[in-house]
Ligand binder design. Structure first.
Ligand SMILES: CC(C)(COP(=O)(O)OP(=O)(O)OC[C@H]1O[C@@H](n2cnc3c(N)ncnc32)[C@H](O)[C@@H]1OP(=O)(O)O)[C@@H](O)C(=O)NCCC(=O)NCCS
Length: 173
């Protein structure tokens, strides 16, 4: 298993979260069976049957960018982000999955985790990031707007009937 350390979250963010000493963002470069299982379980817990299984995760680790948020030397995953390059625009990445563990939501971790990812993606030479989000997912829409994403359009039935999504874009400065 190979996790490349990207950056730790500022200590002040973690201060008031019981039982957590510090959280670090890692880029997943390789995996073993137990880590892969934990990634799949994390996705299933947050997204239910829509979570990515090992058939989706392995190609993403090998060919995309998978980031995790976790305590150093501990196994529990606190956050997950999966990104892919855009085929139409080589300067754009697409945020495919983004989540913070249920019991840690509302502590500003989503905000800091995504900002660290955006800086890392920008350092890799990309100029913009896009995503889609369910129009009724208020916490996520607000988080993305707070970070600077803007709604470009609403895609009706994006994932099938009644699954309307906002298409959002962030241009890096
Ligand atoms: C969306 C998600 C990643 C946000 O992570 P989080 O750590 O809970 O968010 P933060 O605490 O960093 O909040 C950042 C901002 O998001 C918004 N926000 C977060 N939770 C919110 C809620 N329950 N209601 C309204 N706005 C909320 C707020 O604007 C907040 O800023 P503020 O604290 O200054 O008001 C998290 O709720 C999650 O994992 N949800 C399930 C998976 C999901 O829906 N992912 C998005 C798929 S596109």
């Amino acid at each position: 298993m190979q996790l490349d350390k990207v950056k730790s979250l500022p200590k002040k963010v973690i201060n008031n979260i019981e039982g957590i000493d510090g959280l670090t963002v890692y880029l997943v470069q390789d995996y073993n069976n137990s880590f892969l299982r934990r990634l799949v379980d994390f996705g299933e817990k947050v997204f239910g049957e829509l979570g990515m299984d090992q058939w989706g995760l392995v190609p993403q680790i090998r060919h995309g960018n998978v980031y995790v948020l976790k305590e150093e030397n501990k196994k529990t995953i606190s956050g997950l982000a999966i990104l892919m390059r855009d085929w139409e625009d080589s300067e754009k990445v697409y945020l495919f999955d983004y989540a913070i563990a249920d019991d840690l939501q509302g502590n500003r971790l989503g905000y800091y985790f995504l900002n660290i990812i955006i800086n890392n993606i920008e350092e890799q030479g990309f100029k913009r990031m896009s995503l889609t989000v369910d129009i009724e997912n208020e916490p996520a829409v607000r988080l993305y707007e707070k970070i600077g994403f803007r709604i470009l359009e609403t895609s009706v039935d994006e994932y099938g009937k009644s699954h309307d999504r906002y298409i959002m874009l962030l241009e890096f400065n």
